[in-house]
Design a protein around this ligand. Structure first.
Ligand SMILES: Cc1cc2nc3c(=O)[nH]c(=O)nc-3n(C[C@H](O)[C@H](O)[C@H](O)COP(=O)(O)O)c2cc1C
Length: 223
């Protein structure tokens, strides 16, 4: 049995998946267990849409057209990053991007190749299952945090079950399309997607491991 530490330490964002289906009962089990996530007042402020099979194919075909017609994307429901991100964070973001492109054999200044790599997001990187997360518009920052806990549970339970994930805010670049496709009510915010499937262990891109800051950089022990 996978321990929690093993699941946490082996979880990575996986960006190449095998063309191998995930049993529907396993998807249901993982989401059911993930919903044991805590939430303030036990509001459980989350909605999950699972896209597989024919609807998965329909979505990928639709995205092909949307990306071609509108590569800049649509009006987003929220900002991915604050506009004036201090250097400390910008540097981490750049280092992660650079490492990822290096793993894919893409030169950092090769914008075309980077765009081709970016577009793989909208194919779930080959994963047969797409999960989408949304939340009621009236919910606040607090409840968004709790939705994140559900998502983290899914990514860890995926590991326990031999699966892998990549969280994907890239889908929110096409929020209007996703609202329509998932038939979300107007009062819902489309947050994020998640690719779920079996890792392609031969893919170079999956060998990339991101850095983490040392404890002293972000923890204060108040004795
Ligand atoms: C909410 C959320 C959204 C993300 N969206 C994307 C995405 O759209 N595409 C992508 O390739 N990675 C995405 N990531 C993955 C992050 O880049 C990744 O978690 C980070 O670089 C740390 O790497 P690790 O997950 O391998 O530990 C997202 C992560 C989170 C938490």
């Amino acid at each position: 049995m996978t321990t929690v530490s093993e699941a946490i330490l082996s979880r990575r964002s996986i960006r190449a998946f095998l063309d191998k289906p995930v049993a529907p009962d396993l998807i249901k089990k993982i989401i059911t267990q993930s919903a044991r996530a805590p939430s303030g007042g036990n509001l459980q402020p989350w909605y999950v849409d699972v896209v597989t099979g024919d609807s998965h194919k329909k979505l990928l075909d639709l995205m092909d057209k949307k990306i071609a017609d509108n590569p800049a994307g649509e009006t987003r429901d929220y900002d991915f990053y604050p506009s004036d991100l201090p250097d400390k964070y910008t540097n981490r973001r750049r280092a992660t991007g650079a490492g990822l492109y290096e793993a894919m054999g893409i030169a950092y200044d090769d914008k075309l190749a980077r765009w081709d790599a970016m577009k793989l997001n909208w194919e779930f990187f080959g994963a047969p299952v797409g999960l989408f997360f949304s939340i009621d518009k009236f919910m606040g920052k607090n409840q968004w945090c709790h939705l994140g806990m559900l998502m983290q549970n899914i990514s860890l339970l995926a590991i326990e079950n031999g699966l892998a994930t990549c969280m994907q805010e890239a889908w929110a670049v096409y929020s209007e399309t996703m609202h329509d496709f998932l038939n979300l009510p107007d009062e819902r915010v489309f947050y994020c997607g998640m690719a779920l499937g079996y890792e392609d262990k031969t893919a170079q891109v999956n060998k990339f491991i991101t850095e983490r800051e040392k404890l002293v950089k972000f923890v204060s022990f108040i004795d």
